[in-house]
Write a protein that binds this ligand. Structure first.
Ligand SMILES: Cc1cc2nc3c(=O)[nH]c(=O)nc-3n(C[C@H](O)[C@H](O)[C@H](O)COP(=O)(O)OP(=O)(O)OC[C@H]3O[C@@H](n4cnc5c(N)ncnc54)[C@H](O)[C@@H]3O)c2cc1C
Length: 443
């Protein structure tokens, strides 16, 4: 069922009135979901996003980008750099970067889930680094000491004997002494990790895109995309005829009616302490190893934010293929608190002040969904399988190269939807995915 313009507008105002108590209001099963997105901890310590208009009227454009996270904004920026003569419009259903791009853990490294080429992710990292430098994006991007924490003795022994070049092994005793936690059986300290302030990076993307002349619109959902040349995009207040389209809607993509058999949203929950003093940070051993990942099927991330909050991020699971709402936030909070208490009891005593939900797009074989579909003028970049700060920026760049007809060897990695394993319908997903993820919950 399609969401009409009227239904979106009514749904949006009801959600706004009900926020923040009501976790979200789904306006039907097609089109966009209107939801009240509670700010993550990053928002308070970031400069504000530029204020932006809503899209109104009927227009013809060269490129319409649906989704205003890192992917959509990076693509808008690079496309305008390569084709200054093009009209490039970004439609964002809520506030810019208000989904995964502001709600993540801020860990960056040269890795694309599902791409084994050893050099392509390095080139992606360099591109992100160059963007940050050239556009002078003040986003706390810096190398970060990191731990890959092992939760069993056998995993620790395997990791100790399979150490990669540049990595060192940290014994359980040393972990206990330096972090006050006796939960882990050891850890690997790998090289090559960076941290970034997610919201500051997003603001940098928006400013850079505006600076080169892209037009950005908020509260302007694409309600439907009719493929064709040109493609027709309907919004609540007008229609776009677009020569080219990029679908950059990440976990929300199913809802637009695309990739319903190959993509699915996975929910996450993050929880942070208040700002800690520098004495507290030192006494809890948080002045070393800023990023800490537990290596298991449903990974848990611990991190120190640049301005002194300690936080945990965990995977909640699967709810439904066409909804990005997680109904039971109270029990998510409960699991998050238990994780914190088990791993870092002293810090958990400080209390957990911020909590926010996030959602990522996934595929069964962990391959991203990126490339050209339809008549050749519809591009997509979504489903980074949980790790997408650098891949989202880099795919925005690669898509812009393809749109502008620029030679770039890495566009060969944008293979569209080839190699995806179709997933059975909602009934079977609920039967398989929900219980499997519950079993794997790390408490
Ligand atoms: C809790 C959490 C922790 C994470 N940690 C890390 C990490 O440490 N490192 C890392 O590399 N990655 C991490 N990620 C993943 C990373 O944040 C994402 O892969 C990345 O932000 C994806 O960017 P995007 O622009 O593709 O998607 P998004 O940021 O999700 O943007 C998609 C946008 O599309 C908009 N949209 C949806 N439907 C419509 C519509 N119909 N019309 C218009 N707009 C629409 C949405 O509102 C949204 O703003 C994490 C994600 C989460 C949720």
């Amino acid at each position: 069922m399609e969401v009409t313009r009227r239904r979106f507008l009514v749904g949006g105002s009801v959600a706004a009135l009900a926020a923040p108590g009501l976790a979200g209001l789904a306006a039907g099963r097609g089109g966009v979901e209107t939801d009240a997105r509670k700010d993550p901890v990053w928002v308070a310590s970031s400069p504000a996003m530029p204020s932006l208009p809503r899209f109104e009227g009927d227009r013809k454009v060269d490129l319409a980008i649906v989704g205003g996270g890192y992917t959509g904004l990076a693509c808008a920026y690079y496309t305008k750099l390569f084709r200054p003569d093009w009209t490039v419009v970004v439609l964002e259903s809520h506030k810019l970067a208000s989904s995964a791009s502001s709600r993540n853990s801020g860990a960056v490294y040269a890795n694309y889930v599902g791409i084994s080429d050893p050099e392509m992710p390095e080139r992606g990292m360099n591109r992100l680094r160059e963007f940050i430098e050239k556009e002078e994006v003040d986003c706390d991007f810096a190398p970060a000491s990191t731990l890959m924490l092992l939760t069993s003795k056998s995993a620790a022994e395997r990791a100790r004997s399979d150490l990669e070049p540049g990595a060192t092994f940290v014994e359980a005793d040393e972990l206990r002494e330096r972090t006050g936690s006796d939960y882990h059986a050891g850890a690997v300290n790998p090289p090559g990790y960076y941290r970034v302030h997610p919201m500051k990076l997003a603001v940098g993307h928006a400013r850079a895109a505006l600076h080169v002349g892209a037009e950005l619109f908020e509260d302007s959902p694409a309600l439907s995309i009719e493929t064709g040349k040109p493609a027709r995009i309907s919004t609540p207040r007008g229609e776009l005829m677009a020569g080219n389209v990029l679908i950059a809607t990440n976990a929300h993509t199913n809802r637009l009616g695309f990739f319903r058999r190959t993509m699915y949203p996975i929910h996450q929950y993050s929880f942070a302490t208040r700002r800690l003093t520098s004495e507290e940070i030192a006494s809890f051993g948080l002045d070393q190893w800023m990023l800490r990942f537990e290596r298991q099927m449903l990974p848990v991330t611990f991190s120190m934010t640049p301005d002194g909050h300690f936080f945990v991020r965990m995977v909640l699971g699967y709810a439904s293929h066409d909804s990005c709402h997680w109904q039971d936030i109270a029990s998510a909070q409960d699991v998050a608190r238990r994780i914190f208490e088990q791993r870092y009891p002293a810090i958990a005593d400080v209390g957990l002040s911020h909590g926010w939900h996030g959602v990522t797009g996934h595929t069964t074989l962990f391959k991203q969904v990126a490339g050209v579909i339809g008549d050749g003028n519809i591009h997509v970049s979504a489903a980074y399988n949980g790790l997408g700060i650098m891949p989202a920026h880099n795919n925005g760049y690669l898509t812009a190269c393809r749109l502008a007809g620029r030679e770039e060897e890495d566009t060969r990695f944008l293979t569209g939807v080839t190699g995806q394993l179709p997933f059975p319908g909602e009934f079977y997903r609920s039967l398989i995915l929900k219980p499997a993820m519950k079993l794997l919950t790390p408490v």
